[in-house]
Design a protein around this ligand. Structure first.
Ligand SMILES: [Zn+2]
Length: 248
């Protein structure tokens, strides 16, 4: 499905059309360029976050962020503890309405998982290390343990991330994936080796039992669409986009 570009209160963000069908759910992925009257040069990251979360009727105090460390820790969020240091994790799950889950991205894959039957959500930050570690599989398993989620009943949105078009890596890195996860059917070629991290996460979800039609992969490359997104690969020093999900 094509992701929708939405503009609200001077902020442009995109969202999965598939997940937009759930009236009790809100999700969005911020862009780099804000509309006229939007992010001014002087606006700090904190102010921008406040404004972005506000689009979803959330304050920063109602939104859980984590210290992302490219690991595979899944945090269960039951209550917000404003002022406390962010815990180290790269995925979060919750079944509490009104608690926003937000991850921060420049090229790494943002994944949102939704269980409409048990009303639970997850937000995942999957860079190459987290993807290799199987963080998405771990998050699906944790949703099952904590909330009784069944993959066949769940939905997923895979947001803008660096595409294989722009993500050249060493053959050794492709081999790491191929060896650890033969199910992915990856073959490393000596001439050109690339990784499609969004597609790999999609395959993991399908292998976990997500029906393909319940997975919405944006297929938007953050490096190709540099007018819309920040790309660490392309720019080295860059800003970050926010991926957010919340149940009303
Ligand atoms: Zn690209």
């Amino acid at each position: 499905m094509t992701w929708q570009l939405v503009e609200s209160n001077g902020i442009r963000y995109c969202r999965s059309q598939l997940l937009a069908d759930f009236p009790w759910l809100q999700q969005g992925f911020s862009t780099r360029d804000q509309a006229p009257g939007g992010r001014a040069a002087a606006e700090t990251e904190q102010e921008y976050r406040r404004r972005f979360f506000g689009l979803f009727q959330l304050t920063p105090e109602q939104t859980q962020l984590v210290k992302q460390v490219h690991g595979d820790t899944v945090l269960k969020v039951e209550e917000l503890r404003p002022g406390k240091e962010w815990p180290e994790a790269d995925a979060m799950i919750t079944n509490r309405p009104g608690i926003g889950l937000a991850t921060v991205h420049a090229d790494c894959v943002p994944v949102i998982l939704v269980d409409p039957v048990h009303r639970a959500i997850a937000a995942v930050h999957a860079g190459w290390k987290g993807t290799l570690a199987g963080i998405i599989r771990k998050t699906v398993a944790r949703l099952g343990v904590e909330y009784g989620s069944v993959p066949a009943e769940c939905y997923a949105a895979i947001g803008p991330a660096i595409g294989s078009c722009c993500y050249r890596v060493s053959p050794e890195r492709v081999a790491l994936f191929a060896e650890k996860w033969p199910e992915l059917d990856l073959t490393a070629s000596r001439q050109e080796s690339t990784l499609d991290l969004a597609l790999i996460n999609q395959k993991f979800l399908e292998n976990c039992g997500f029906p393909p039609e319940q997975i919405d992969n944006a297929r938007l490359c953050t490096a190709c669409h540099h007018g819309d997104f920040y790309s660490f690969r392309r720019e080295q020093v860059t800003g970050r986009m926010l991926s957010l999900v919340v149940m009303k």
